[in-house]
Every structure is written in structure tokens, then in C-alpha cells.
Design a protein around this ligand. Structure first.
Ligand SMILES: *Cc1c(COP(=O)(O)O)cnc(C)c1O
Length: 396
């Protein structure tokens, strides 16, 4: 099969609009609710509560803002230890540092590429006074959430779920974004549904939702003037952007179905290649398949060297590596991406603790051998076939 460079770039994940979004935005203009109050905000919060099955949703300017307020709700004080997913986007763990908490990074397991409950248990045995756990559901695949929940109960730690990438995914039939006391979702432009930028804090605790609402709008007290007893933030979502989200929410299930098709096509297309798709536990999980990723079998890895900021490799017949595949994809105008580089390998976290289940650094291994493939739901079957052929060509 021969193929040419794509004329327009094939992206990892971009927004997919349907029309209703613009109608709701227009409604906001027409009624002049061009503000952080309005019908779109109310409807989006209500819609998410119904979809996810939580009692309260607070619409915010970003998923990161939701995580920050979650860390504050968990009562994290300077010096408090917080167990955090290690192989994730920095936004999962940065809010702990905003509150001067100390992140302890928990290694990853191979079944779901999320926080390893065994490593978490070990970390609590070492540091039983840790106050909270922040767990992310990577690439739309739930973590082993009930095992993690059980450990949190045992050690009396608050669970915060970062469901930024996993909206609509379920674990044992229950939606992600409901397992923590406080949970975050994101509507960033590349996520399963978007408001261009935005997020939400989800909780069943009315008091917590009220606090988050207050903090997100500069923490005004109930008084005739601007009265302040604590620090607040300007974290509320705009009613304009909520209109985009309100329209998008109508298409969440459709987006998930398209993402799943993409995942399954890659899986089928890579049969016979020494690679595996990003895994999930079929008996207990329904991911939202936000990003399709592959990991190259150990024996099929060619030599690859990564410094702090650069990568190189030595091509070998029958073998490849993420760097070669990413470079080859880029030649054809296709976007791919390395796996999230584990936080314990990041220079900003060089002084943090890192706990593995048995001494093996699983996160570093997945980072070494894995990569994300274009998973945009506007990618056609024909285009995806070519992406598959490009990846195959790397192993020739
Ligand atoms: C996108 C993302 C966030 C942050 O969400 P924003 O809305 O971009 O602030 C947090 N955690 C993970 C795992 C994410 O992918």
C-alpha cells in the first residue's frame, strides 16, 4: 500500500461541533446572559449531574480549577502528604503543590495504566498519615477504583478522582467522576466533549458544592458589601462557554461510540504486529476510549535514547520504538504523542517520594514503549487505514 503525506494534518483529538452548541451560545447573546450566570450554566450542571449520577456539579473555568478546589475541600495544608497518580498530565498533581502539600507518586499498573493499588497500599504502610489520594483515569480508562476506594477508607484518606479524560466511562456499571468525595472533569478543547476550555467539580456533598461555588466566585460573604473571610478565586465558567457544553452533552454517547470504533479499528489493524493497545479490564470497565494508544512489546523495541529534551533511536528490521513511529507519523503530517511522562521523572518533582509495588518502575517502562495515536472522531476509516500502514511500515 502506498500513501502520501496528508494535505491537512491528522490530529490526536480536536473539538467536534454539531450545531446545537452555537444555538445555545446565540441564546445567551440574545438574552444578554453574557456572564458567569445564566441558563446554559444551570442546564449544563444539571445535565452532567443526570448523566454522571452525582448530586452536585459546579461549572468552572478549567478541570485544573476543579482539582484545585477539590484539594482545598480535602483540607490539604502545607506539608500534608497526598498520594498521587504518577503517570498522568501535570494538571492532576499540580494543585496539591498550589496548597503546598507534598505529592507522593504512586506507580502505575499494566492492566489499566493507572495508579497501582498494590503500590498505594505500600505507600500508606510507609506514610499512614497521608491525607488524600488523587487518582486519574488515563486516556478514558477507569483506574481500579473500588480497590483504591477501599484503601482510602482503611487509611481515612479523602479520595479525589481526576476524571478529566474519562467523562462517560464506567467502572462496574458506575460512571467515573463519582468515586471520589470530590471529582473533576474537564471540557478542554481536546477532551471527549468540550466548552473550548472549562471543567467541573462533582460531588454528592452539598456543603462542599456550596463552598466550591463560593470560592470560585471570589469568596464573598453574605453581606450588603464585599465582605471577605477567606481567599477566593475567579474560577467560574462563563455562560457563553456553558452553551457550547450544553450542545456538546447531547453528543457525548455518539462521541464515545466513534472513539470506540477508532480503538477497535486500530486493534484489528495491528493484529500480527508486536504491539498492544492501551489495556482495560473488559469484565468491569467501559472506557470512553478518549485516546487510542499502543505499547510496543519489549522484544520488538529498537534502541531508543531520551535525554531531558531530545530523543533519538537506531532503526532495526522487525523492531521500532515510539520515537521512530512519532517521527514517521509526523513525516506524513499525522500527530502522535508520547505517553504522559511520569511525574517522578519530571525535574519539578525530583525531591518527591515515589513508591512502586515491587521495585519495578512500571510508569517509566510504559513511557519508554508507549505512544498515543490520532484519535480524532472526524478521522475517516480511509485515513485511519493509512495511519495503521504508517505504523506497520516502522516494523519493516
Ligand atoms: C485535561 C486534563 C486535566 C486538566 O483539565 P483542564 O480543563 O485542561 O484544566 C487534568 N487532568 C488530566 C488527566 C487531564 O487530561
Amino acid at each position: 500500500m502506498s500513501f502520501e503525506r496528508f494535505e491537512s494534518k491528522l490530529w490526536l483529538a480536536t473539538p467536534t461541533m454539531h450545531g446545537e452548541e452555537q444555538a445555545y451560545v446565540k441564546e445567551a447573546f440574545d438574552t444578554n446572559w453574557v456572564s458567569t450566570v445564566g441558563a446554559n450554566l444551570d442546564a449544563l450542571e444539571k445535565g452532567i449531574c443526570e448523566k454522571v449520577g452525582c448530586k452536585y456539579a459546579v461549572a468552572l473555568s478549567a478541570g485544573t480549577a476543579a482539582l484545585h478546589l477539590a484539594v482545598k475541600l480535602a483540607g490539604i495544608q502545607p506539608g500534608d502528604k497526598v498520594m498521587c497518580s504518577d503517570m498522568t498530565f501535570a494538571a492532576t498533581v499540580n494543585p496539591v503543590a498550589y496548597e503546598k502539600g507534598e505529592q507522593i507518586f504512586i506507580d502505575t499498573e499494566y492492566d489499566t495504566w493507572n495508579m497501582d493499588p498494590l503500590a498505594l497500599e505500600k505507600a500508606f504502610q510507609l506514610y499512614p498519615d497521608a491525607k488524600a489520594v488523587v487518582v486519574a483515569n488515563l486516556y478514558g480508562t477507569p483506574a481500579k477504583l473500588d480497590e483504591i476506594q477501599t484503601i482510602c477508607k482503611k487509611y481515612n484518606a479523602v479520595l479525589i478522582e481526576d476524571a478529566a479524560e474519562s467523562l462517560g466511562a464506567t467502572y462496574k456499571g458506575i460512571q467515573t467522576g463519582t468515586f471520589g468525595a470530590y471529582n473533576a472533569i474537564s471540557f478542554n478543547g481536546n477532551k471527549i466533549i468540550t466548552t473550548s476550555g472549562g471543567g467541573m467539580l462533582l460531588t454528592d456533598d452539598k456543603d462542599a458544592a456550596d463552598k466550591a461555588r463560593k470560592w470560585s466566585t471570589q469568596a464573598r460573604e453574605n453581606a450588603p458589601w464585599y465582605q471577605h473571610e477567606e481567599y477566593g478565586y475567579n474560577y467560574r465558567m462563563s455562560n457563553i462557554l456553558a452553551g457550547i457544553g450544553r450542545g456538546q452533552l447531547l453528543h457525548l454517547e455518539e462521541h464515545i461510540a466513534r472513539k470506540k470504533e477508532i480503538y477497535m479499528r486500530y486493534k484489528e489493524g495491528f493484529k500480527g504486529l508486536p504491539v498492544q493497545m492501551n489495556p482495560y479490564m473488559e469484565d468491569s470497565m467501559k472506557p470512553n476510549f478518549w485516546l487510542s494508544c499502543v505499547i510496543i512489546n519489549k522484544e520488538a523495541m529498537c534502541k531508543q535514547v531520551r535525554t531531558a529534551t531530545e530523543a533519538s533511536y537506531e532503526s532495526e528490521p522487525g523492531k521500532s520504538c515510539p520515537t521512530e513511529i512519532l517521527e514517521r507519523l509526523a513525516e506524513y503530517n499525522v500527530e502522535g504523542r508520547p505517553i504522559w511522562k511520569p511525574m517522578h521523572l519530571q525535574p519539578i518533582c525530583k525531591n518527591n517520594l515515589f513508591v512502586t509495588a515491587n521495585g519495578t518502575d512500571v510508569g517509566a517502562d510504559i513511557f519508554d514503549r508507549g505512544l498515543c495515536l490520532p484519535s480524532d472522531i472526524k478521522m475517516t476509516e480511509e485515513q485511519q487505514k493509512i495511519v495503521i500502514e504508517i505504523v506497520k511500515s516502522c516494523f519493516e
